[in-house]
Design a protein around this ligand. Structure first.
Ligand SMILES: Cc1ncc(C[n+]2csc(CCOP(=O)(O)OP(=O)(O)O)c2C)c(N)n1
Ligand SMILES: [Mg+2]
Length: 286
């Protein structure tokens, strides 16, 4: 339950060197101390270790932003693509090499702003990738402009009189787009984050983890403290198999629920492609 800082990652690197863990690279994260993005990074380290995914079978893809740095810090293949284009790049990789584990990490501006047109299609087609949305409700890398998840009224570099735009809810979007695994987690909750990332990577189909990941440098409005005040775990008897129910819980603003909101089994795009290949083999034109 602790706040992850650069020191934790350095310790992780040292552990990695001694116990030959394969997930850390010899590159230290360049994020600010206290950045929420450290926790999902640690989640990927631990999840890939738990799931025994070798770096040669792991691909990290990102767009642009502080979150876009993610592939630099994970041992495996990495693709730092264009702003908002992590998902289509990952989709192409997964279709070409379905045996690989493909994880996309992106920011709120990256994923539901400029890249907002890609998210629905990967979700509706159940592309078997994991999408980690590191949501700090701000454009972090470019030093603090409002994003599509910034709350109404938020003061920022571009909204000195308060944000006059209404925010959208990435978890609700994932559900309505057809994602087959949807979870929300607070990056202060390290163990839960690792658990969510592990479940998401293990899930066959499009898995989405909405990480509430504060920017300690540029967002003075959405903070560790403000998030802690508004969140609550899903009820203990909550069963994540009802789509309408999941949307209702995802939409709740008071409290904002965290945990696995929805999970279902459905054939993936690669499964359907295999069926097409089989049909093509029997086709007279072949
Ligand atoms: C096509 C394009 N437009 C704008 C930019 C400038 N830009 C770089 S990062 C960024 C915002 C990143 O915000 P977010 O996706 O929320 O990631 P964060 O830095 O907060 O993790 C912008 C607007 C760019 N690199 N490319
Ligand atoms: Mg952001």
């Amino acid at each position: 339950m602790s706040l992850l800082t650069k020191r934790h990652v350095i310790e992780g690197l040292q552990r990695a060197k001694t116990n030959k863990a394969q997930q850390h690279r010899d590159v230290l994260p360049t994020w600010c101390p206290g950045c929420g993005h450290f926790t999902p990074l640690q989640g990927v380290y631990e999840a890939t270790e738990r799931l025994n995914i070798h770096p040669k079978n792991l691909v990290l893809v990102s767009g642009i932003g502080c979150s876009g740095r993610f592939p630099f810090f994970v041992k495996g293949f990495g693709f730092h693509s264009l702003h908002g284009r992590g998902i289509p790049v990952a989709t192409g990789i997964k279709i070409a090499r379905p045996e690989l584990t493909v994880v996309v990490a992106g920011g709120d501006g990256d994923g539901v702003g400029i890249g907002g047109g890609h998210f629905p299609h990967a979700a509706r087609n159940n592309i078997d990738i994991t999408y980690l949305l590191l949501d700090n409700s701000i454009y972090g890398l470019t030093k603090g402009q409002v994003s599509p998840t910034s709350p109404f009224g938020m003061i920022s570099a571009t909204t000195p009189y308060g944000n006059i735009g209404y925010p959208l809810n990435p978890s609700t979007l994932a559900l309505t787009y057809g994602a087959t695994f949807v979870a929300r987690v607070f990056s202060r909750d390290r163990d839960e984050c690792t658990e969510m990332v592990t479940q998401a990577i293990a899930h066959k189909g499009f898995s989405f983890v909405h990480v509430l990941s504060p920017c300690v440098e540029f967002n003075k409005f959405v903070t560790y403290g403000s998030i802690r005040e508004t969140i609550a775990p899903l009820p203990s008897d909550y069963v994540p198999d009802d789509h309408v129910h999941a949307i209702q819980y995802a939409e709740s603003a008071s409290p904002v629920y965290h945990g696995v909101l929805f999970k279902t089994a459905k054939p993936t795009y690669s499964d359907h492609m295999q069926t097409v290949f089989e049909k093509m083999k029997g086709s007279p034109t072949n």
